[in-house]
Design a protein around this ligand. Structure first.
Ligand code: HEC
Ligand SMILES: [Cu+2]
Length: 382
């Protein structure tokens, strides 16, 4: 039976959970103190709960009367007893407050020289900003160095939670918020063979969004800690997760940043565009199969006639797609809310060109259609 109990954290998807606790691994300088205080408060509560509940049942039994017999009035009281049970527990209360407040202040005071990373939350994903226009949904940080996140939201209230770091903070639209932590456990790298095998499987399944839960490592082969949204923010709140990778050296971190900063020379714009499409949250609001999500499907977008909210029509050409990505509120497709976040300053020219190249390949009205469908069936002036 114990074996089963111990397996539950694993079943819940947290492979780092230790055998002796319900909590995930402690991987930051906050973790040990946090857990210690949590158990202190829990045990104090248990210590009070058991005698109080015991007295309750005992008195129920002791002073119960047979049916019909009148209850005695008892208005007397015992001053020393009442003082004792008021004053003694208040020492515990003050102690819990002082320890909790100290730990809270520590978590709110960013150490000087912390590495700053921007974080943007949106429905439904995360974009980390490493400076110089380098953005990625994964959070990559250095071990044993404080990291500060400068956080903002482009729509509703979200909340960042990294359970292994015991760190959590709301991200509120219209203002910057911040949090910091210092990871003290570096992420391991899986073997080249394991990564190769996963990549092959991934290709065989048709590519798309990398399944972190299934592989338990990132597409670059790093084990990771989970980062969740922990403030209910709409339909896809539950999938608003990403990976936190802790690098053991600056060189390793910089090599990763360099790698993701731009399209590798051996990758086609279409392939890079598909990657960005899946990484930057487009897939959360747009489908490829014609189904309507928060935004229109790309199956009938590129090359098609679009009806806008002001009842004008426009051909979805490269320029239109580009403008839709940079200034989404300018031309709003009829029947949709203007909720798409602008990607201005977040995607380079090459990134946008790559996305457009990719969107062409998935549209029924793109080059694919021109090649396959006989012209006569394609006329739109009917
Ligand atoms: C929060 C949801 C959301 C996200 C994320 C999002 N979009 Fe949109 N998008 C919309 C909505 C809603 C519309 C329709 C309203 C409008 O035109 O602004 C739209 C419209 C578009 C259009 C015009 C489509 C057409 O058929 O006319 C393009 C192109 C587009 N989005 C591209 C993207 C790309 C590329 C990304 C990722 C880099 C992205 N969107 C991310 C919600 C989203
Ligand atoms: Cu959220």
């Amino acid at each position: 039976m114990f074996a089963t109990m111990n397996n539950i954290p694993y079943l819940l998807g947290d492979q780092f959970a230790s055998k002796f606790t319900w909590f995930p691994e402690q991987a930051s300088t906050f973790a040990a103190e946090n857990d210690w205080l949590f158990f202190l408060i829990t045990w104090i509560c248990v210590l009070f709960f058991i005698p109080i509940a015991g007295c309750l049942f005992y008195f129920c039994w002791k002073y119960s009367k047979p049916k019909g017999q009148k209850a005695e009035s008892n208005t007397a009281h015992n001053t020393p007893l009442e003082l004792a049970w008021s004053i003694l527990p208040s020492f515990f209360l003050v102690a819990m407050f002082v320890i909790g407040a100290r730990s809270y202040l520590n978590q709110r005071t960013v150490p000087e020289g912390a590495n700053n990373i921007g974080l943007k939350a949106f429905k439904w994903g995360w974009t980390m900003d490493y400076g110089e226009g380098i953005m990625n949904p994964e959070l990559h940080i250095l071990v044993n160095e404080p990291t500060k996140l400068s956080m903002r939201s482009s729509d509703v209230i979200h909340s960042v939670f990294v359970p292994a770091f015991r760190a959590k903070k709301d991200v509120v639209p219209g203002r910057y918020n911040y949090m910091w932590f210092e990871a003290d456990v570096a992420s391991e790298k899986v073997s080249a063979e394991e990564l190769e095998k996963a990549k092959r499987q991934f290709e065989m399944n048709g590519g798309g969004v990398w399944d972190y839960d299934e592989w338990q490592f990132t597409p670059d082969g790093y084990r990771f800690f989970d980062l969740y949204c922990t403030e209910y923010c709409g339909k896809n709140h539950s999938v608003m997760q990403t990976a936190v990778v802790v690098h053991s050296t600056v060189e390793d971190l910089n090599a990763w940043i360099e790698k993701v900063s731009k399209r590798p020379s051996d990758q086609t714009p279409e392939a890079w565009g598909e990657k960005l499409y899946n990484q930057r949250g487009c897939a959360g609001c747009h489908s490829l199969d014609g189904s309507k999500r928060v935004g229109p499907s790309f199956k009938e977008s590129y090359g098609n006639e679009r009806l806008l909210s002001d009842d004008t029509t426009v051909r979805a050409d490269e320029d239109y797609i580009r403008n839709s990505i940079l200034y989404p509120k300018k031309q709003v497709v009829k029947g949709y809310q203007p909720v798409m976040p602008s990607y201005q300053g977040q995607l380079s020219d090459d990134d946008i060109a790559s996305i457009i190249a990719y969107l062409k390949t998935v549209s029924d009205y793109g080059p694919k259609a021109a090649a396959e469908v006989p012209k006569a069936e394609e006329t739109t002036e009917e």
